[in-house]
Design a protein around this ligand. Sequence first.
Ligand code: PLP
Length: 408
Amino acid sequence: MEMQVAPAPQEKFLEYRNGDLFFGTPGRKVAEVVGEYRQPIYVYDLNFIGERFRRMQTALKGAELYYAMKANPNRDILAHLRRQGARADVVSRGEIRAALQAGFSPRDLVYSGVGKTIAELEEAVGLGLHQINVESLPELERIAEVAGRLGKKASVALRLNPNIDIKTHPYIATGLHENKFGIELELLPRMEEVLRKNTAALELVGISLHLGSMMLEFDGFRQALRLLRPVYEGLRARFPTVARFDIGGGLGIIYDRVAVDEEHESLERYARIVREELAGLPGQIQTEPGRWIVAHGGLLIAQVQYIKQTSHKTFVIVDSGMNHLVRPAFYGSHHAILPVRLFAGRAEGSYDVVGPICESSDFFAKNRALPETRAGELLAIADCGAYAASMASTYNLQDLPREICIGG
Ligand SMILES: *Cc1c(COP(=O)(O)O)cnc(C)c1O
């Protein structure tokens, strides 16, 4: 990996004032938010997260936003987004329950995921969720069976796989035939057969798609909308209850530099494509954003334990690692690393910032330019609002971080 330049955040929500890192809107001194440090901490700014949500809601005027809570299911974040008008996209019984506890109603929930169990579907159908996004023929048959048995009618949308490449990391692409997600268009006649056979148990309410995560260019997205619009219209002609076009989530953010203005432009481009391709569409547009709403709204605070010099490298060993932020290990992702306090007169060096876990993939950064740090000092890992806490594990029986919310 090449040498990375030390981050110089200029955005108001993450900036240095007299050598102290401030985070949030309005900015709070991170050292004060953390207080007496005992263990790694995620810090979330509800104001920033709420502002991102409202911006997306404005850009996608008329669409319903179902926050993909797998990005971050923190209860205060869920409750805050709900108060801003968010609904929620859930992918498990655990997420259904967490959403209800945060104040969402079953009618606010879209249920996605390829592996829904009978017990999960019994709960979802029993609660009468807004919509279940169906991922396969056997799943549709299972929902029909469960709903029939419970004497309920389930609202289902078909998640279609358009076989379109969005140029993202292969592990987060989901709209290709080689992926496990969605239903191939060729299978639609057989899906329709099951729907027609089970009109008492199943109501087809629409279609959904989700091409993957970290979309930063939208040719594939436009192509998918163009391909699926006539499919939607055809289904609607045969099933008059079809009235929802769910465009999924996946809008990307910029991790390797601070460029919020660019992200706002990218949101506008994305929204324009939706407007252009779905203009005059009869029915409701729904979307399932996760990362774009919450990623920048969180920090992970860790403490330097050792500076370990070897003949090859200098390691900064901290008390948090892939157990609390697995993205670098999973996808080779970049996260900015910022000392909570900058000290005058410290030289800059090149460091591998690593955790305590017994795996060589346990790193936050390699060959990263950072000011010299010392044992006991705190580092902030940026952009940990999405897919950090929600993917955390207790591997090595390390504790999970505390979570602190500011703002809101
Ligand atoms: C993960 C996921 C999302 C959210 O993706 P982001 O990249 O966080 O916006 C939306 N819909 C479905 C079905 C997902 O699996």
